[in-house]
Design a protein around this ligand. Structure first.
Ligand code: 0RA
Length: 636
């Protein structure tokens, strides 16, 4: 009912409605929302390419902050619309409920896609559309808010066809946000992976950078890209199939790591929350593995069977489905979950049939994959046993011994309200101990080195004293057995110095949490504390400052007459100051750690954990924004 009303209003109202409530159309008015404008325009060009018209799309970021999206399709129709206006004017100034002005082939209505190019126009300071069609160059332009500026007219001749759209996002809506070359490249590369033969070019005119993406066998290249820095167990396997109009393309590869990485797309749009296709894929894997194990006598009957998670350890896989509009069903709040029931059985039968065949044909690969799954089973059972013992009280004494003299616990037994501060260094740990809220805040100082967990086994983990302590303090298991609902703390807060060493410790800890307690991140329980960088004093006033930007602002406001104290470490503050600036829930800044994009997160953890500290530092500087409530996005 509500949806029906909303949609009818959308049709009736003009572009002003979009400017009044931009969030309704593009999700948000931050940097992410601003990038939605670009995705919206590009999606139309991609549709045109998928239909067989034009195999190159160029995105240009100009020095003035505008963006140009150019394709080589048929060109937007230029004739008169029944309303008497030109078709382009209608397309770019009239809100379309469903978004698309043409319904063909495979269309997706998931998520925020398909709100229409007019929404982009509505949220722009100006927009210009150039159409090459019928041998002529046509142009139409719009002013702030999507108001017609110059009506469609022919401005020249051409031999080519295509559509070029340039727009400048309105700073009244988006503030000072700027487009990110990296973000746009990542998105374009993803589209190039999904659409074989499509060339995606991204140009940054300010920094003179050009990136071009084109793949002949995109899914295969996608998996190779994800596994680039890992040791693959075999060559990428790919399967294709079709049934009842549903087309399935899959590529997969096991590596010697322990993490699972399944990405799925429907009609080239990511299904972030999975859905029936992923369920079908996982079901088939479990079935194929257990049948293989059984027929090759790799497991005694009394030892049971492989768990689904055993068959996915170290697996990177991409599922890409094309589903006709009539069968499309999306679920969940953000419509990121495929609901189409047929997708499950189709994927399941294709993977079952083709993977069984592959394993029979490639005995050596099969044996190393099975070996890995069997090892996963053993590790999983060992971890479960250890946890059961700890719960039954058997390991309790041991647990306390491990934490004794290290953890300063909170007094409260309210686990959700309690916070664990993981603090760099003993001396800062001491300060934090004196400064904290004893009731709800626990302090765990890190003394020794934390290992890089990127490739650790469970056994390696527990050999590292620092990690071992963290696992026991949180008390909710690790790896497949981790269960966030058993965590002793509602918030886990990483608190390090604001320097290179601190950043390094952060990345080591983030790698650990990402690999071994990912649910903590998914549930929004992991945070990074932001200690101040400076204390500035002006006459009798003093102020803590968290960013260099803020410092510059201060300097320009209070020309001269001030003193600046740079805090290099947590230890330079006394207990009161540390509480006041960094730990007091009413005053502190925390960055919530989140993973937006699984594939990118994989790459990012690779960057962060690689040997190149320059790249790492650059990344942290570029991607971690030190503002209240801003998310630390591993994946964005
Ligand atoms: C509908 C019909 C035709 C072209 C397009 C849409 C079209 C739209 C966009 C948006 C960005 N690039 C685009 N390219 C094409 C043409 C139909 C025909 O020529 O018969």
């Amino acid at each position: 009912m509500a949806e029906y009303n909303e949609k009818s209003i959308k049709i009736l109202e003009g572009l002003d409605a979009v400017r009044k409530r931009p969030g309704m159309y593009i999700g948000s008015t931050d940097k992410k929302g601003m990038h939605h404008l670009v995705w919206e325009i590009i999606d139309n060009s991609i549709d045109e390419a998928i239909n067989g018209y034009g195999n190159k799309i160029t995105v240009t970021l100009t020095k003035s902050g505008s963006v140009i999206i150019s394709d080589e399709g048929r060109g937007v129709p230029t004739g008169k619309h029944i309303s008497g206006k030109s078709t382009p004017e209608v397309i770019y100034t009239v809100l379309h409920a469903g978004g698309k002005f043409e319904s063909d082939g495979y269309k997706v209505s998931g998520g925020l896609h398909g709100v229409g190019a007019s929404v982009v126009n509505a949220l722009s300071k100006w927009m210009k559309v150039t159409i090459n069609r019928d041998g002529k160059v046509h142009e139409i332009s719009f002013k702030k808010g999507g108001k017609l500026d110059k009506d469609l007219k022919v401005i020249g001749t051409t031999k080519s066809t295509g559509t070029t759209i340039e727009f400048l996002p309105d700073d009244e809506i988006f503030g000072t946000s700027k487009f990110s070359f990296t973000t746009i490249c990542e998105r374009m590369q993803e589209s190039a992976f999904l659409i074989n033969g499509l060339t995606m070019e991204v140009i940054d005119e300010e920094d003179n950078k050009i990136n071009t993406y084109r793949y002949e066998n995109g899914l295969l290249s996608f998996v190779e890209y994800i596994n680039e820095d890992k040791n693959a167990v075999h060559k990428v396997i790919s399967f294709d199939g079709e049934k009842n109009g549903i087309v399935v393309n899959i590529a997969m590869q096991y590596t010697d790591t322990y993490n699972e990485n399944i990405l799925s797309f429907v009609n080239n749009v990511k299904t972030i929350d999975g859905g029936t296709h992923e369920v079908g894929f996982k079901t088939a894997l479990t079935k194929v593995f257990n049948e293989y194990i059984k027929s090759n006598n790799l497991l005694k009957e009394k030892d049971g069977v492989l768990d689904g998670s055993d068959t996915r350890e170290g697996l990177s896989a991409i599922l890409s489905l094309k589903i006709p509009e009539s069968l499309l069903q999306f679920e969940g709040q953000t419509k990121g979950k495929l609901g189409t029931p047929q997708a499950r059985s189709i994927v399941e039968s294709i993977v079952y049939e083709k993977l069984s065949f592959y394993l029979e044909e490639n005995k050596e690969t099969a044996s190393s994959i099975m070996d890995k799954a069997l090892k996963s089973k053993i590790a999983r059972e060992a971890a479960r046993k250890a946890r059961a013992e700890a719960r039954a009280g058997k390991g309790k004494g041991k647990q306390e011994k491990i934490l004794l003299g290290k953890l300063t616990p909170a007094q409260s037994k309210e686990r959700l309200k309690n916070e664990l501060f993981i603090v760099e260094g003993n001396s800062a740990g001491g300060t934090a101990k004196s400064g904290r809220d004893k009731k709800y805040q626990a302090i765990l100082p890190l003394r020794g080195k934390i290992i890089n967990c990127e490739k650790s086994t469970v056994a390696d983990l527990f050999k590292n004293e620092e990690i071992n302590t963290i696992v026991h303090a949180i008390g909710a298991g690790v790896g497949n057995e981790f269960d966030s609902s058993e965590s002793n703390y509602g918030k886990i807060i990483i608190m390090t110095d604001a320097d290179d060493d601190g950043a390094h410790i952060q990345t080591l800890l983030l790698t650990f949490f990402y690999r071994w307690m990912r649910e903590l991140i998914e549930k929004g329980m992991l945070y990074i504390a932001v200690p101040p960088l400076y204390l500035v004093k002006y006459q009798k006033d003093k102020k803590y400052i968290n960013t260099n930007e803020e410092l510059n602002e201060f300097k320009s406001t209070y020309k001269g007459n001030y003193t600046i104290q740079r805090y290099k470490g947590l230890g330079e503050m006394n207990a009161d100051q540390l509480w006041e600036t960094t730990m007091d829930p009413n005053n502190r800044t925390l960055i919530k750690v989140s993973v937006e994009d699984k594939a990118l997160a994989e790459k990012r953890v690779g960057i962060l954990m690689g040997d190149n500290s320059e790249v790492r530092k650059e990344w942290i500087e570029e991607n971690v924004e030190f503002t209240l409530e801003d998310n630390f996005k591993v994946g964005k």
